[in-house]
Write a protein that binds this ligand. Sequence first.
Ligand SMILES: NC(=O)c1ccc[n+]([C@@H]2O[C@H](COP(=O)([O-])OP(=O)(O)OC[C@H]3O[C@@H](n4cnc5c(N)ncnc54)[C@H](O)[C@@H]3O)[C@@H](O)[C@H]2O)c1
Length: 272
Amino acid sequence: MKHKRIRIGLVGCGAIGKSLMVMAQKQFKDAFEITALCDLDTSKALALNKTLGCGKVTDFKTLIKLSDLVVEAASAKISFEVAQEALLKKKNVLVMSIGGILGKEGKLFEIARRNKKRIFLPSGAICGLDGVKALALAGIDRLTLKTYKPPQALKGASFIEKNKIDLDAIKEEKMIFRGTAQQAVEAFPQNINVVAVLSIAASGLVVPRVEIYASPELKRNVHVIEVESKAARLSIRCENVPSPDNPKTSYLAILSAAAMLSGVSDVVRVGS
Ligand SMILES: NC(=O)c1ccc[n+]([C@@H]2O[C@H](COP(=O)([O-])OP(=O)(O)OC[C@H]3O[C@@H](n4cnc5c(N)ncnc54)[C@H](O)[C@@H]3O)[C@@H](O)[C@H]2O)c1
């Protein structure tokens, strides 16, 4: 008997959403069927619909009805609401804008448990969450994230605008932000989903400290994570190539979401 494919509804047809759906259709076509697309900018949803040759361009409420798995790749402004609505309607959800759920994730986990549904949070632009999750079981003493980005990758962030930082005037590496995970997410909502997922992986046992650097010589987005625990000391460095469609987004984030998608339907699970 032919097994039923998982129906995907995508919210946000930008750099991540577009590449992820193209990969899902090419590489995991036996497992998934893309049934619905929505975007604040309808022309983006229509263009992706044309590329894929499937899926219905629709509003968010209809999208939920047409999906088994809702993929959010839109904005931290709506990720909590998208996840909450999907879970309340008994759909699984994959969230990319993890910064938007930080501090409220417990509520989503509770709805997911109550409705026996799943919430997927990809590692995104970093690796090492397996180690962080494992160490969280023994206790974490310190967790720090240092992010280095080319100045243009930080453009438009509320922190930059509020503090009138002239990114074009930065000629050598400069620390422009230091603070907690929650402060970093609020200051750089489009840049710093990694700190949100790190915080959640650490089960809120420790408040990650974050430093953000503008580095004119860099061509890649670099994340350096240090974890101190009685069980181990971890040092993780990721040097990410930006996605061609959005310099704020690392290509690894797209691949990480694709790897998670493949895991949704697979019986084999490698790594913790
Ligand atoms: N988890 C991670 O490691 C990670 C890494 C990179 C980006 N992200 C996040 O993933 C999200 C998507 O990133 P991207 O590079 O594809 O961004 P993008 O700007 O290329 O695309 C976002 C798309 O969502 C649409 N959108 C925005 N608000 C919307 C709304 N209210 N309803 C429907 N559509 C809306 C936009 O029109 C756009 O087409 C962002 O929030 C980004 O911060 C997460």
